[in-house]
Ligand binder design. Structure first.
Ligand code: S3P
Length: 166
C-alpha cells in the first residue's frame, strides 16, 4: 500500500477520519499538525504569531515530503495545498478530499477551543468563506477521490472511503 493523504479545509474532520481509517486498515497514521506542534514546541497559533505564516509553511512543506516516504494515512493541515511545491508532490499521491459545507466547517472551527486556528482568529466568517472558495478548486484538482462529508458520521465516511479504495 502507498500513502493515503487526506486534504480539506479546517474542520473537515481530517484528524478524526485519519485515525479511524488507519485503525480499520491497520496502517500507521501521521497527523501533520500534531507532528508540527510536537516539533515546534508550541501551538500552531503561537508559532504563526511569533514567526509568521511563511515560516510555518516552510516547516509544513518539509514535513509533507518526509511523511510521504511512509506507507501511512496522512492527515494534512488545510493549507498544505497552498505551496506549488506541495501541489506537485501531491499530484502523484492517493489524495482524498474531505469536502464540507462552509457554514458547518466554520462553526466547527469556532467551537474548537482546544485547537485555535490562527486563520480563524485573524478572519471573519465571511473572509473564511472566501478563503475556502479560493482553495476549493485546488482541493478538487488534487483529489483522486472527493468525499462529501455533510450529514455523515465519521464511521459512514470511513466506510465510504474503504469501499472506494477497495
Ligand atoms: C491551516 C489549517 C490548520 C493548520 C494551520 C493552518 C490552514 O490545520 O495547519 O492552522 O491554512 O488551513 P487543520 O486543517 O487541521 O485545522
Amino acid at each position: 500500500m502507498t500513502a493515503i493523504v487526506l486534504i480539506g479545509f479546517m474542520g473537515a474532520g481530517k484528524t478524526t477520519i485519519s485515525k479511524k481509517l488507519a485503525a480499520c486498515l491497520e496502517q500507521p497514521v501521521i497527523d501533520m499538525d500534531e507532528v508540527l506542534v510536537a516539533r515546534l514546541g508550541c501551538s500552531i497559533n503561537h508559532y504563526f504569531t511569533e514567526f509568521g505564516e511563511a515560516a510555518f509553511r516552510e516547516q509544513e512543506t518539509a514535513l509533507l515530503k518526509e511523511a510521504l516516504s511512509n506507507d501511512a494515512i496522512i492527515a494534512t493541515g488545510g493549507g498544505v495545498i497552498l505551496q506549488k511545491e506541495n501541489q506537485k508532490v501531491l499530484q502523484d499521491q492517493f489524495v482524498i478530499y474531505l469536502k464540507g459545507q462552509a457554514e458547518i466547517l466554520i462553526d466547527r472551527i469556532r467551537q474548537d477551543k482546544d485547537n485555535i486556528r490562527p486563520l480563524a482568529v485573524e478572519n471573519s466568517d465571511q473572509k473564511l468563506k472566501m478563503i475556502l472558495a479560493t482553495r476549493e478548486k485546488m482541493y478538487e484538482k488534487l483529489a483522486k477521490l472527493t468525499i462529501e462529508t455533510t450529514a455523515k458520521t465519521p464511521e459512514e465516511i470511513v466506510k465510504e472511503i474503504i469501499k472506494q479504495v477497495g
